[in-house]
Design a protein around this ligand. Sequence first.
Ligand code: CA
Length: 529
Amino acid sequence: MSRPLSIRSSTPSRFGLGLLAGALALAAALGTAVAAPARRPNIVFIFSDDHSLQTIGAYGGRMATFLREQKVTPNIDRLAARGGLFVNSFCGNSLCSPSRAAILTGLHSHANGVMNLNTPILPGTWTFPESLRDAGYQTAVIGKWHLAATPAPTDFWRLLDGQGTYWHPEFITPLGRVKKTGYATDIITELGVDWLKNRDHTKPFMLMVHHKAPHRNWMPPARYYNWLSNVTIPEPDTLFDDYTGRASPAHNQKMEIGKIMTLNSDLKVMEPGKWIGEFNRMSEEERAEWSAVFGPRNEAFKNAKLQGRDLVRWKYQEYMKDYLRCIKGVDDSVGSILTALKSEGLEDDTIVIYASDQGFYNGEHGWFDKRFIYEESIHMPLIVSWPGVIKPGTRFTQMVQNIDYAETFADITGAHIPEGLHGRSLLPILKGQTPKDWRHSVYYHYYDPDHGVPKHYGIRTERYTLVHFYITDEWELFDLKKDPKQMRSVYSDPSYAKTVLDLKAELLALKTYYKDTSDQPKSEKPGNE
Ligand code: CA
């Protein structure tokens, strides 16, 4: 079997600062002169939940003009302009907890144990914050964690419980649960800025600011209730997709805006005074502020008695407006953190990263949610600003994955990197020196039973997506050059026969390299296949 295209041919040499520090100590002991290393950079990792590429202006997707005109993501766009943006950035399992675990461990789901929501990382598994702490970094994580185990392996942590809430969230802290008054995105930002100001000024740091927004059910900050109310969000031309040309999972999923998105919880069409969900956490004044804007909207909606495609279109518009309002809140957070870094004099010494745990459907194929290996779901936004290292406005095209983050953070900070990680350090790429054996395909395996999306594994290469829905033994192949919207599988097209064979070999090689046997049924009887 040939080596997968994506696997390193040898262990890359390490030029971590830990080695340099050792060399300096040795030189000092020997009385010889060695140039002092540059100061170790700080890292601020701003992470959101379910923020799609197509709703970030800098990515230039289908809504780019609209996003620019409405100033949806000016601060995230500013970060991209200051640094670089990865256009081929992917997750390995498009779901909250699995993506977070892959980021922490540098391992795919089957190896770190987090294949679904709310499962813990396998005991004893290395996570990058431990290495950073050992290397002399102070570490902090604030906000959504969504992994079963606490405490976080950081010096400072304030964690939302599970999915957390948008309004008046409770945080798990070393001193117990603490309820904060206000809106989650703003509170998480304030905690992050406070931590920056009060940190130990003698040490470099990594601060993780992890937002709940813009996760379902898209509760916006009050200052944006009226924003976008009189505009029309551009519709994707696949909003009324009928899924012909694809295998059964696309037909049978339960993530359609028309059929699955709820009027009451998701779109907040409630009877006056009959509050549901998070509205019960809000004060009378907060509910009144919401009602002043959305009460008349709900009344107009009920009177219109929309049906069929008109109803889907209304749902799409209102879903997207609340989703973008949540994102506008996250973008404000990015702005506040950039301002705080500047006022702390940290602007030139700090790497700022913006990413989200997977992509999301914004009406493409008629869907919301994520899960599939398909484009809008598997793509993760990844924007990195590193003054003096990344050339402003860079568009990185290398294929990168969330399993790469742990080794990257350790490599940048000169921290220990254990053997056997699935990812690779992005540090050479950030410095403009892509390794010759860098990967040309990424591996994907999804397991969760929700939203009617069956388990599947596959690969995404620079041109193709090959997927195996192994419960029903159905395959799909998409030629992204000819069919970027993935409307027709060409798996059975004879002209792609050789491509199918080649990609299957690559998929098998990756699956074998990562030792992923999690698709095999666990037999209770020895010898039972
Ligand atoms: Ca998520």
